[in-house]
Design a protein around this ligand. Structure first.
Ligand code: 9L3
Ligand code: MG
Length: 133
């Protein structure tokens, strides 16, 4: 099965809430809430891809040392096996603002279960609860 590498980020604010974004209509998994991120372009390292995606999707600038790896998601869909490192980030420049019309929410990790997530993202919740309470 084809392996698809995607990177995602839990942005963490000063109160210990994390950012989730709703996948827009017309995209696969539309309506589900995910940790922002996306696919690696050719020749990108995961951190570079994530810095690019966070700028494209949220308009923020992240410096590479501010990205810390937390865990991996792994989920086999029909068409591909998705492997997705999750980074956490507490420092960035600029203001988080949806650049692609997507809804955004800051939520405490314990309430993440109230938001329907893609099958790759939901298993990441316990690691965030362990980290942030
Ligand atoms: N995906 C799942 N959870 C996430 C992200 C960022 C992406 N947190 C899945 C959805 C798609 C694939 O990865 O099946 C590629 O994502 P995109 O490029 O459509 O955002
Ligand atoms: Mg994306």
């Amino acid at each position: 099965m084809r392996l698809l590498l995607v990177v995602a980020c839990a942005l963490i604010d000063a109160d210990g809430r994390v950012l989730i974004a709703q996948r827009p209509e017309g995209k696969e998994l539309a309506g589900l809430w995910e940790f922002p991120g996306g696919k690696l372009d050719a020749n990108e390292r995961p951190e570079q891809a994530l810095i690019r995606e966070l700028f494209e999707e949220l308009g923020i600038t992240v410096k590479e040392p501010c990205l810390a790896p937390l865990t991996f998601a792994s989920h086999a869909y029909e068409a591909f096996h998705l492997l997705m490192p999750l980074f956490v980030c507490r420092r960035w420049e600029g203001f988080v603002a949806a650049q692609e019309g997507q809804a955004l929410k800051w939520v405490f990790p314990k309430t993440l279960r109230d938001y329907p997530m893609p099958p790759a993202d939901a298993p990441l919740i316990p690691a965030l609860i362990d980290l942030l309470g």
